[in-house]
Design a protein around this ligand. Structure first.
Ligand SMILES: Cc1cc2nc3c(=O)[nH]c(=O)nc-3n(C[C@H](O)[C@H](O)[C@H](O)COP(=O)(O)OP(=O)(O)OC[C@H]3O[C@@H](n4cnc5c(N)ncnc54)[C@H](O)[C@@H]3O)c2cc1C
Length: 368
């Protein structure tokens, strides 16, 4: 029996498994499809909360750890697996910002580099952008990661470790509990016994824990994306405007996102979503009208009030923890969320104060 049994093979489950395994623990990870095929594939990969100054301190704490760690993680994964997740620095530009004063106050309080983007800077970095971009800000230390490659590289890395067992195409029906203690999971392939069980099932996590009497507000929030095929160099920086964004990849592909839809577990692709994303993308970068749209998809973010994830022990059942509810920031938060969970499970000094994320501390406000 392994030390830990993780349910869910998105970036959160895989980073949790990696951090536990690197510390010497044995881990089984159970995923109902192939790893990294849900939100962790669909996500854009901006390595920052969208407008970071609009979040509460617990989000900033995980983001601050993860942002500085990403370049190193991408390098390590590329060297170990030959799959480069393409962490791309270059900063993030924010156009037509309505709350510049709040952004600056936040940057000063948390010691973040945030600059006013002057017309000269925009002309140098983003000459092809829409004309009416001001007021504009720039956070030069941020970047993006290519999410499908990150998922593939993490999966490959876990497969290389002999004390990690990946059990894919196996659905967990319920956590197996006896005398108030989690002993494993009942699955489509039968009972898998395990040590400490960790639920990292993304938007599906609440469904997995509810039969145990554990109620946490983790709910699906659908996001649609469009992928444009552009010539390399048309856009070289992540740009946000009016809540929408463009993310360039190194080969010229440009992602345009995203919608936030409260429609349950529905990943359909209505024409309206396409039209909305297309119009917003062209408003930021009119040149895109000459580029073909090569893909349109949707994913389900694991939504939570305030975007604050639940990381830690579930009080209702012994030997059962959760790492879920990272909302629109799970790709970015994954290295921090995986490390924090591993610290808690292994009894190490945690990388950040764990209190705001612990299910047992969930205030009634967070449970509404
Ligand atoms: C359109 C869009 C854009 C986004 N952009 C960004 C961004 O730019 N930056 C950022 O940081 N984040 C972004 N996100 C958010 C990010 O993708 C998520 O927060 C993150 O992927 C969540 O990871 P996860 O591992 O918790 O969930 P998932 O990736 O959804 O993984 C959960 C896994 O659990 C498995 N599972 C569920 N139930 C069971 C079961 N019963 N048995 C076995 N397995 C099960 C699922 O199959 C799935 O593989 C975006 C999301 C979307 C949808």
């Amino acid at each position: 029996m392994d030390d830990f049994l993780i349910v869910g093979g998105g970036v959160i489950g895989m980073m949790s498994a990696l951090r536990l395994a690197e510390a010497g623990a044995s881990v089984t990870l159970v995923e109902r499809q192939r790893c990294a095929h849900e939100a962790s594939w669909a996500g854009g990969g901006i390595v920052s909360p969208l407008y970071p100054w609009r979040y509460d301190a617990p989000v900033t704490a995980l983001a601050s750890y993860a942002e500085q760690f990403y370049p190193q993680l991408a390098e390590q994964l590329a060297a170990a697996t030959g799959i480069d997740p393409q962490f791309t620095p270059g900063g993030i530009f924010y156009l037509r910002v309505e709350d510049v004063a709040s952004a600056k106050a936040w940057a000063s309080a948390f010691d973040k580099r945030l600059e006013t983007a002057s017309p000269a800077l925009l002309e140098t970095k983003l000459s092809q952008l829409t004309a009416s971009s001001y007021p504009a800000l720039w956070m030069p230390d941020l970047g993006s990661i290519r999410t499908p490659r990150l998922g593939k590289a993490l999966r490959e890395r876990l497969k290389q470790l002999d004390h990690v067992t990946l059990v894919e195409h196996t659905e967990v029906y319920r956590v197996h509990v006896n005398a108030g203690t989690a002993l494993g999971v009942e699955t489509s392939q039968g009972l898998i016994e395990g040590g400490h069980v960790v639920v990292a099932g993304g938007a599906w996590s609440a469904r997995i824990i509810e039969p145990l009497g554990s109620v946490l507000p983790i709910y699906p929030v659908k996001g649609q994306m469009l992928l444009f095929k552009a010539a390399p160099g048309l856009l070289e920086h992540v740009v946000l405007m009016n809540g929408h964004y463009l993310i360039p990849r190194r080969d010229g592909l440009i992602l345009a996102g995203s919608t936030f839809e409260d429609v349950g577990f529905d990943k359909s692709l209505p024409e309206e979503g396409y039209r909305q994303l297309y119009a917003q993308a062209l408003e930021i970068l009119p040149e895109l009208k000459h580029c073909e749209v090569v893909q349109h998809w949707a994913g389900l973010r694991p939504g939570t009030p305030g975007s604050i994830p639940f990381i830690g022990a579930l009080p209702e059942v012994a030997r059962l923890s959760i790492n879920a509810g990272h909302f629109g920031n799970g790709v970015m938060m994954a290295p921090a969320a995986g490390q924090l969970l591993a610290d808690l499970l292994l009894g190490n000094v945690p990388i950040v104060d764990p209190a705001p994320y612990q299910p047992k501390n969930a205030t009634s406000e967070r449970l509404l």
